[in-house]
Every structure is written in structure tokens, then in C-alpha cells.
Design a protein around this ligand. Structure first.
Ligand code: DX5
Ligand code: ZN
Length: 222
């Protein structure tokens, strides 16, 4: 089954609880949580304190995407706060094996993230021991950017690599996914689809979540 992961980066924070509840009711599978530190990416978002509050009320798994420096220092805090999945970038983590093992040892699923401009070849080793891989289809830092078309081809190539190296590993994709391209992206090999503005900028968040889940189900029937 294809999984839908609303990214709260595009939520209205005044109404965050209500909006997450609408995603749950619409059939979302995970909540994607974008952590930015103003160093690895130009933007700053939120940290473990917010994640902990969400965890108290939300029954969906929480998927923390860390766009930060010094991941090893913060991984334990996010897992203690309730992250079920934690992903870290390959671009700024020299000891990625150690960091992924740290995530797993603390009981969360470990993901490796790759930016649009980074060669997929760098993933060859890491696919052996990650639980999931997150392919960025925009440059990380902001919600609401346009999907980079080349990501479809990269996704197909990544799917081939995964089938060869570690077929149980899930592929997540993040950035610029909307109603008009979600089926194509799912068919190209994505298992988990992150959608930020494509859900939270809709008038009816619950209905939009439901609609995207239906499109994902339809993509599997094809
Ligand atoms: C970008 C974030 C994404 C982003 C997706 O740095 O990792 O999760 O919120 O948002 P949309 O769907 O609006 O591109
Ligand atoms: Zn993200």
C-alpha cells in the first residue's frame, strides 16, 4: 500500500492540532515533520518540543526529516520526543553508517535522504543498512516549491537499485507533490509520498487528504 505523509511545514500553526486531526480523519498514514536549523538549509522550523506535543495527541507515526548539522547530537532528543522514523541527509553526514545505527539502536526506523543534485551512486553502500530512503524532489528548505521533473527518472533508477540491493527498503519522496502528479510519482516507484502545500493549502484538509489517498489507491490498480 502506498503511504501518504502530510508535511506540517505548510500548516497553519494557529490551528495545528485541528489540521493534524483532519489529516488523520482523511486517512493519512504518517505525519512528516520537517526540522531545519538555518545552517544546513536557509530556513528554521521546529524541534523536539513540538514533536512531543503532537505525539501526545496524534496516533499516526511521526516521521522526522532532519535538515540540520550535528545530527548525532539531536537524534536521541527526537526519538525520546516520540519520532517513529528519523531521516538524515547523506550530503552533510560523514559517518552516515554510525548515525543510522544510532537511530535504529534507539528504536526508530532509519532513513537516508538525498538532494536533487547529489548522485544516486552515493547510496549504493548505505541502502544495505537503511530502513528507508527519502528522495528529495525539490531542494530542501521551503514548502510550496515546484517539483523537479528529473526526479521521476531518478526515482525509477533508485527503485532499480533498491530492488537489487535491499528490496524491503521503502522509498519516500518529498517536494512539489500535488494532486496532478501524485499518481505518476507513485507509479514511478515511491512507497511514501510527502505532501505539504498540496494538503494544507486546500480549503478542506480532510477531503483533500482523502482525495490524495484515493489517487494513490488508483495508481496501484493501474
Ligand atoms: C522541504 C520539505 C518538504 C516540504 C514539502 O524542505 O522537506 O517536506 O514541506 O512541501 P511541498 O509539498 O509543499 O513541496
Ligand atoms: Zn521533508
Amino acid at each position: 500500500m502506498k503511504l501518504l505523509a502530510p508535511s506540517i511545514l505548510s500548516a497553519d500553526f494557529w490551528n495545528l492540532g485541528e489540521q493534524i486531526r483532519a489529516c488523520e480523519e482523511g486517512g493519512a498514514d504518517l505525519i512528516h515533520f520537517d526540522v531545519m536549523d538555518g545552517h544546513f538549509v536557509p530556513n528554521i522550523t521546529f524541534g523536539p518540543v513540538l514533536l512531543e506535543s503532537i505525539k501526545k495527541h496524534c496516533r499516526l507515526p511521526l516521521d522526522a526529516h532532519l535538515m540540520i548539522e550535528n545530527v548525532d547530537k539531536y537524534i536521541p532528543d527526537f526519538i525520546k520526543a516520540g519520532a517513529d522514523m528519523v531521516s538524515i541527509h547523506i550530503e552533510n553526514n560523514h559517518h552516515i553508517h554510525r548515525s543510522l545505527e544510532l537511530i535504529k539502536s534507539l528504536g526508530a526506523k532509519a532513513g537516508v535522504v538525498i538532494n536533487p543534485g547529489t548522485s544516486l551512486k552515493l547510496l549504493e553502500e548505505v541502502l544495505h543498512y537503511a530502513d528507508f530512503v527519502l528522495l528529495m524532489s525539490v531542494n530542501p528548505g521551503f514548502g510550496g516549491q515546484r517539483f523537479i521533473e528529473r526526479s521521476i527518472e531518478r526515482l525509477r533508477r533508485l527503485k532499480d537499485m533498491v530492488m537489487e540491493i535491499n528490496p524491503s527498503l521503502l522509498i519516500e519522496i518529498d517536494g512539489g507533490i500535488k494532486e496532478d502528479n501524485i499518481m505518476e510519482v507513485a507509479k514511478a516507484g515511491a512507497d511514501i509520498l510527502v505532501v505539504g502545500s498540496g494538503i494544507f493549502h486546500a480549503k478542506d484538509i480532510k477531503a483533500q487528504t482523502k482525495r490524495l489517498k484515493e489517487l494513490l489507491a488508483a495508481s496501484e490498480a493501474l
